[in-house]
Design a protein around this ligand. Structure first.
Ligand code: NAI
Ligand code: 15L
Length: 266
């Protein structure tokens, strides 16, 4: 299976650089977008710089694409005012563009920070209540609602990937549980792009790690089976500094995000 024209936003970021390469076999042509530099395009690539906060620019960006992998935006906890344009206005602009130009499928990089205020050790699934752990988590929660609305109203299919921690290696104890390898990330996105019926699906993005906080039974139709495990990194990750047991960062699934801010500036 190949998507004729795939739009990848946030293509200059950590995961964007990974998927720019790893999704190549699944896309005839890739339109790569970011506000950061993307380097020269390969023959199968097209570079379209775009600020997600700019509605007209996003509309033009989306035109002519068959599917979207949306990674762009602020990816860490920041003051609300910095998140508003890229993440909140940005997701609205993206779906308006998809509606106007008939794009039928979106893979949206949501985040575990949508459920970050659940306690560590609790087993969640797609029906668990959302408990965002900051302005960033709130923006992803809004994005999940926007995608649900555009599915119910217009039939645009979306997978909301509640990605745990997708880095080359898990860096600490929490990430031994939340880690998503780049190989499993690619497989998850591939499953979402090609599932015969995607509908509106919430799926957690974690590898086949020993300990789990998330159950993907509601996303079984994707056929996503993670292959990697954080276990090979256990000794190194456990040796890293970790917060004391009574620290909120050690108590909640969102880790340190739950105590970032509140960024008073007035
Ligand atoms: P990143 O911060 O490396 O990449 C995000 C990209 O979005 C950057 O290249 C940035 O320039 C771009 N961007 C920011 N503001 C923009 C704007 N106004 N207009 C256009 N582009 C803009 O983040 P990373 O790690 O690659 O994550 C990708 C996506 O996955 C993000 O949406 C993030 O929230 C989400 N995610 C990532 C996780 C991880 O473990 N890496 C975990 C959970 C979610
Ligand atoms: C995220 O949502 C962030 O984008 C990423 O940088 C990590 O902090 C990750 O969550 C995490 O929770 O480890």
């Amino acid at each position: 299976d190949v998507i004729s024209r795939l739009l990848l936003t946030g293509a200059a970021g950590g995961l964007g650089r990974v998927l720019r390469e790893s999704l190549q076999p699944f896309a005839g042509h890739m339109r790569l977008s970011d506000i950061a530099p993307l380097g020269p395009p390969a023959p199968h690539e097209e570079i379209v710089p775009c600020d997600l906060a700019d509605k007209a620019a996003v509309d033009a960006l989306v035109a002519g694409c068959d599917a979207i992998v949306h990674l762009g935006g602020v990816s860490v906890e920041r003051p609300f005012e910095e998140i508003l344009g890229p993440n909140i206005q940005g997701i609205f602009h993206l779906y308006e563009g998809a509606r106007r130009h008939g794009v039928q499928r979106v893979v949206f990089a949501s985040s575990n920070h949508v459920i970050g205020f659940h306690k560590q050790g609790e087993l969640l699934d797609a029906n668990s209540p959302r408990r965002p752990d900051g302005y960033y988590g709130l923006s992803k929660s809004f994005g999940e609602d926007v995608s649900r609305f555009y599915f119910d109203r217009y039939g645009i299919e979306t997978a909301c990937l509640r990605i745990g921690s997708s880095f080359p290696e898990p860096k600490d104890r929490r990430m031994l549980i939340t880690w998503l390898s780049y190989g499993d990330l690619t497989e998850l996105v591939r499953c979402c792009l090609f599932a015969p019926r995607l509908g509106h699906t919430i799926v957690y993005g974690a590898s086949a790690n020993r300990d789990k906080w998330w159950d993907n039974k509601e996303a079984a139709h994707l056929g996503f089976v993670p292959r990697d495990s954080s276990e090979v990194f256990r000794a190194k990750a456990e040796a890293a500094p970790h917060p004391p047991a009574d620290d909120p960062a050690a108590q909640y699934q969102g880790g340190g995000f739950v105590k970032a801010g509140p960024f008073d500036t007035l």
